[in-house]
Design a protein around this ligand. Structure first.
Ligand SMILES: Nc1ncnc2c1ncn2[C@@H]1O[C@H](COP(=O)(O)OP(=O)(O)OP(=O)(O)O)[C@@H](O)[C@H]1O
Ligand SMILES: [Mg+2]
Length: 472
């Protein structure tokens, strides 16, 4: 076999193994409730089957013993009818007897059976039959002289030979071997199935109830990710659940306090910087050197812009705007109209593509800031702005808003950097486009606070594509 064929064979094996693993993974459910229910139900079925097996064995033993007793009684009744009859009259007497169903009897000089498949009965059967014969009420002089017991499993027969006490002849009776029904009829099986199904339903119900708090906790964590001011979890229910809810609430309030402290610090610094900047501006006016003064004033303008952007950022973080239904295409059109009004020469480079109306749960004012930032970036650095609203893809529940431009795009190495506060690319500084480098940071913050995200990419045909995802 060439290495190429061998390699293809290995590859095929690998693919088969992966497919099998994926299939077995799919059989093993992913939710905690389903896993627990599956384990409990499997355990239940195993225990039920074992119980059923033990019960059936026990019952079979009992039924076999009872059947054997009845059968020996019937054999001994035939024997009793013949034992006090003279030997020569036994054949005639036997012919007159009415034998039980499936029984056959004959009187013969030897105990030999004609059947080839007959062999001495197993000890357990022999023991039971002998005990039953001993228990049959007969005067001692009428007891059989010898007993020979054979079994013929092929024909499912038990052959009992009893030698008469007076004379040498034998009574040979063949009767069916006792065979109790293992599953004890369809009613028993139906009862077993009904019991298992009921127990399974009860298990599923109980497990779902028990694991519900885990779902609630996950939902609360998800809500906290979108809105740090989300209401706390109720601290009730079983002890462990209440403790987990309390711990979660404490964690949420610590996160809230941490964010508040940081925001307060940021706004306080921004606020306090304003006074020294104003003082420096006054001082700069007295500078003799015109060129130095112009540069100084330029730097101070930049500092002031940064301070006011910081203050806006702080205000934005601390504002607790509630989620409300917003017509997203309408909001996008408003932002594009406003951009066009601010710079009429760009109007024919602005466009929207997507549904005419679509309601989404948004913080309208904050989200408008996201769109304004992105559209203004696209115009400033990319010369045009096309906003596209895309409905959720199959298997996802996220809306996508794409802002596309036809500019140079963003170098791959800089994509993470431009998302950081106050980071701008050298080209934008050179182009004197204004701005302090907070736009994308704020836009991503707001998108994440909605439970979505903001991702940068470059288009194959040139230009940047900024994608904001939002829960539908
Ligand atoms: N569509 C784009 N095409 C090319 N570069 C871009 C684009 N969008 C942003 N950038 C680069 O990313 C940098 C950061 O953008 P960001 O919006 O955060 O700040 P800014 O626009 O410079 O200032 P502002 O705080 O006023 O928004 C920009 O300075 C620019 O260099
Ligand atoms: Mg910007």
């Amino acid at each position: 076999m060439s290495w190429r064929r061998r390699w293809t064979g290995c590859n095929h094996l690998l693919v088969t193994a992966q497919t099998n693993a994926r299939r077995s993974l799919r059989l093993w459910p992913r939710s905690l409730a389903a896993r627990t229910a599956l384990v409990v139900i499997l355990g239940l079925v195993v225990v039920q089957c074992l119980g059923l097996g033990i019960h059936t064995l026990d019952r079979n033993e009992f039924v076999r013993a009872a059947e054997l007793r009845g059968q020996t009684l019937r054999i001994m009744t035939i024997y009793r009818d013949l034992v006090d009859v003279p030997a020569e009259a036994r054949q005639t007497r036997l012919a007159k007897l009415v034998l039980p169903r499936n029984f056959a009897a004959l009187v013969a000089p030897t105990p030999d059976t004609k059947s080839k498949s007959a062999f001495p009965a197993p000890p357990s059967l022999r023991r039971s039959v002998l005990v039953n014969i001993a228990g049959f009420p007969l005067p001692p002089e009428f007891r059989p002289r010898r007993i020979q017991l054979m079994a013929d499993p092929d024909h499912r027969l038990q052959i009992t030979a009893l030698q008469m006490p007076h004379g040498t002849d034998w009574l040979i009776v063949s009767s069916p071997l006792p065979r109790p029904d293992a599953l004890q009829g369809p009613a028993f099986l139906a009862a077993f199935l009904v019991m298992t199904v009921l127990a399974a339903l009860l298990t599923i119900w109980a497990v779902r109830r028990l694991t519900a708090p885990v779902r609630t906790l996950a939902e609360a964590a998800e809500r906290l990710g979108r809105d740090v001011n989300a209401p706390p979890l109720p601290e009730d229910g079983p002890l462990e659940v209440a403790a987990a809810a309390a711990a979660f609430n404490t964690m949420a309030s610590r996160i809230r306090r941490f964010i508040e402290d940081r925001t307060l610090l940021l706004t306080a610094i921004g606020h306090d910087l304003r006074t020294p900047i104003t003082r420096m501006r006054l001082r700069a006016e007295f500078m003799e050197d015109d060129e130095q003064r112009a540069k100084m004033l330029n730097d101070l303008d930049e500092m002031e812009a940064m301070v006011s952007a910081t203050l806006t950022f702080g205000r934005n973080a601390s504002s607790a705007e509630p989620l409300s239904p917003v017509d997203l295409p309408e909001l996008i059109r408003t932002v594009l109209d406003e951009a066009g009004d601010a710079a009429p020469e760009t109007i024919d480079r602005l466009s929207y593509e997507g549904p005419d109306h679509l309601t989404a749960q948004l913080r309208g004012r904050s989200f408008k800031r996201v769109l304004t930032n992105l559209v203004s970036n696209a115009l400033k650095y990319g010369d045009s702005a096309k906003v596209r609203l895309l409905l959720p893809k199959e298997g996802s529940d996220m809306l996508r808003v794409e802002v596309l431009d036809t500019g140079p795009g963003i170098p791959l190495d800089d994509m993470e950097r431009v998302m950081q506060p106050f980071q701008r690319l050298e080209t934008s500084r050179n182009r004197e486009t204004g701005g302090v480098g907070l736009g994308l940071t704020i836009a991503r913050d707001i998108s994440r606070a909605h439970g979505g995200d903001l991702v940068l990419a470059n288009r194959a045909e040139g230009g940047a594509r900024v994608t904001v995802t939002l829960p539908a």
